[in-house]
Design a binder for this molecule. Structure first.
Ligand code: DGY
Length: 325
């Protein structure tokens, strides 16, 4: 019997590729770059499954090119790159890779937090460029992290994992979420605040929300205006949650102390002026980039593909209504 056909829009780790190669006829984007729109539309034709990345826009045009897809398995926990309304219209299940990147992303949010507060990137550049001439009482002064207030916006899995780490630094933990979660919050000694109050009170604000219409530009000029002058903003969620031009203004005018970013509004581009801000630490969307986590994400994405191809309910379906109709 012919094997089902899968298009993988960019090579993912072996943990997933091996599973797919065992049971499927696999076409992989041969280039080490995002597949172009034309390549995506061409290659999806005639396939049974699509394994996509967060850099691929999956919408009606893709489903029109192949309305018979049995699944779109996104290699990410976030799936804002997929138009779920269009997927529903075509009855196509969509899956993601939740859970496995929680701790890794929380580690990275903390990496950015520590790096900005303690100016580690500036320090490294300073040292490598031969400017270190001896210990100085005023050299590269940063800010303490321990015993400060951290405000976590979005108190899902990753937000909670960030809170867990904050306890080790004896921090005062605040959270904001659409849902108040007193029992969960009690585990981390976290207190609920309305969004504006959290923004006003926090020394470190870290974002862990999904990107949707209610979170687009959640942090903009108004919010920067409310932050403490010594506050830091950390974003490992999605770029458009922050109005990046407003952020550049806030960083340049010293309205906030700094920012640690993993994601950008118009990736891979950055807002004009951001790259020149010494008080920002800028990572290239690598919060989940460990061998272990990227391998686990690959395995899960492949398992979702295989389940759908075997006529089973994919374990990580995000639009179950298409199957329950
Ligand atoms: C995700 O999975 O949504 C992450 O952004 C990938 O790093």
């Amino acid at each position: 019997m012919a094997k089902p056909k899968v298009y993988v829009t960019r090579l993912i780790p072996d943990e997933g590729m091996k599973l797919l190669y065992e049971k499927c006829d696999v076409t992989v984007n041969p280039y080490d770059r995002v597949a172009t729109r034309e390549e995506l539309l061409e290659n999806v034709k005639g396939k049974d499954a699509l394994l996509s990345l967060l850099t691929d826009t999956i919408d009606a045009e893709v489903f029109e090119a192949n309305p018979n897809l049995k699944v779109v398995a996104n290699y990410a926990v976030g799936y804002n790159n997929i138009n779920l309304k269009d997927a529903e219209k075509y009855g196509i299940p969509v899956t993601n890779t939740p859970g496995v990147l929680t701790e890794t992303t929380a580690d990275f949010a903390w990496t950015l937090l520590m790096a900005t507060a303690r100016r580690i990137v500036e320090a490294d550049k300073f040292n490598r460029s031969g400017q270190f001439k001896g210990w100085g009482p005023l050299l590269l002064l940063g800010q303490d992290v321990h015993h400060k207030t951290i405000g976590i916006i979005g108190f899902g899995r990753i937000g909670q994992a960030v809170a867990q780490r904050a306890r080790g630094f004896d921090m005062n933990v605040l959270y904001y979420d659409m849902n108040k979660m007193p029992d969960v919050a009690a585990k981390y000694d976290a207190q609920y605040r309305e969004l504006d109050d959290l923004i006003r009170e926090s020394d470190f604000i870290t974002l862990h929300v999904d990107l949707n219409e209610s979170t687009r530009h959640l942090i903009s000029d108004r919010e920067f205006g409310m932050m403490k002058e010594n506050a830091y903003l950390i974003n490992t969620s999605r770029g458009p949650v922050v109005d990046e031009k407003a952020l550049v203004r806030a960083l340049k005018e010293g309205r906030i102390a700094g920012a640690g970013l993993d994601v950008y509004e118009d990736e891979p581009l950055m807002a004009p002026g951001l790259a020149e801000c010494e008080n920002a630490v800028l990572a290239p969307h690598t919060a989940s980039a460990t061998r272990e986590t990227r391998g686990a994400m690959a395995r899960i994405a492949a398992e979702n593909v295989l389940a759908a191809l075997e006529g089973k309910r994919p374990p990580n379906i995000v639009n179950p209504e298409v199957l329950d109709k």
